[in-house]
Design a protein around this ligand. Sequence first.
Ligand code: FAD
Ligand code: DHB
Length: 391
Amino acid sequence: MRTQVGIVGAGPAGLLLSHLLHREGIESVVLENRSRAAIEATIRAGVLEQGTVDLLKAIGVGGRMEREGAVHHGIELRFDGRGHRIDLSDLTGGKAITVYAQHEVIKDLVAARLAAGGNIVFEAGDVSVHGIDGTTPSIRFRHDGESEELACELIAGCDGFHGVCRSAIPQSARTEFTRVYPFGWFGILTQAPPSSRELIYTHHSRGFALVSTRSPELQRMYLQCDPHDDVANWPDERIWSEFRARLATHDGWAPHEGPIIQKNIIAMRSFVCEPLRHGRLFLAGDAAHIVPPTGAKGLNLAVADVRVLSRAMTAFLREGRHDLLDEYSQTALRRVWRAEHFSWWMTTMLHQFPGNDPFQERLQLAELGYVTTSRPKATTLAENYVGLPLE
Ligand code: FAD
Ligand code: DHB
C-alpha cells in the first residue's frame, strides 16, 4: 500500500486532517485501532470554539452541527452561592461557543471521508512507524490477520495521549512538560431537561461542579472527584446529593434530576511534548499535548493543530516547499502554550486542592471576584474560552 500522508488515529485530529488534505487534492490513509462503532460512541468533549465551528462549516461538515448543536453566548461562574454571567459575545465582538458532542463531530467526519472515497482502516492492530529520519517513511500494522505496510511521504501522529507515535521520536530528541492534578472529574449523562440555558462552572468548598448539556432531553454534568475513585462507589443518589450541595444558591436553585445513563472518571493533567516534529513524523492533538478539561480546549486544540499542519503538508507535497513544515512545531506550540495556561488557570481557580488551604481559598475567591466584576479580566476569560483567532 502507498499513500501521500499516513495518518495514525481516527480521532478529531486524524479525521479532520484527512478531510482537509483531501480538499487540497492530497491522498491519505487513516489507521485506527478501534472499530467505527467504538469511536462513534465514545463520550468526550462537548464545547466547540467559534473558529472550530467556522472551519467545520467552511469545509462542508457543519450541517448537522448547525441543526442539532446549541449556540451559547455566555457562561455562568458560580461561587459563594451566587451566579455571575460572563457575556462571551458582548466581550468578544459577537463570538460564541457551540455545544455539540465530540462523537457527533466524529460521525460527521467519518461520513464525509467515506462519502468522498476516503480510506479509513478500522481495527488496525500493532501499528508502528518506521524510517521517519529518512525520505521514505512507512507504517506497519495488522489487519484481518495479515501484516501490512503503508509507504508514505509524510506521517501524522494523531493517535492520542496513549498512542505509539510520540514514543517513536527518540527520547533524546524530545522534551516533555507535565503537571498531574490531584483530582479528576466524575462525568455523567442524565435523561433530564436542561437545568440552565448556559453552562455553569461552580467553585465550592466540597469541590468543583459543572453543568453542561447535550440536547433538550440529555444533560452532561461533572463533579470534581478523587482521580483514583471507582464509579461503583457512586450510586445515583450520592451523585445527585453532591450536585445539589455544590450547585445550591441562596435563592434555592437546584438541578433537574433524572436517570443517570452513563458514569465515568477522567484523570486530569497538563502535558506538552516538544517539538511536534521529528523528521517526517508530525504530532498533532492529544498525541502531543493534554490540557485539563476545565477550559474545554482539548478538542479545539487538535483542530487548530491540523489546520496548520494540513497547509504545511500541502505546500510540501504540491510545491516541494519545506518552510511551512519547518515552522509547524513553533506555530502550533504558540497556541498550545496559551491554551495550557488558560486551562491551568481555570482549573486552579475553580477546584479544591488537597488540604483545603484557607490562603489558597481566599486567592481563588479574589480571582473569581475580579473576573466577574472587571471587564478587562472577563474579556481575558471570554476571548480564550471562545478561542483566539486561528493563525
Ligand atoms: P483522540 O480523540 O484521543 O483520538 C486518537 C485516536 O487514535 C483514537 O481514536 C484512538 O483509538 C486512536 N489510537 C490510539 N492509539 C492508536 C494506535 N496505536 N494505533 C491506531 N490508532 C490509535 N476535552 C474537553 O474539552 N472536554 C471534555 O469533557 C473532555 N473529556 C475527555 C474525556 C476523556 C476520557 C478523554 C480521554 C479526553 C477528554 N477530552 C475532553 C479531551 C478531548 O476529547 C481530546 O483533546 C480530543 O479527543 C483530542 O483529539 P485527538 O484526535 O488528538 O485524539
Ligand atoms: C464539557 C466539557 C468541558 O470540558 C467543559 O469545560 C465544558 C463542557 C462538556 O462535555 O459538555
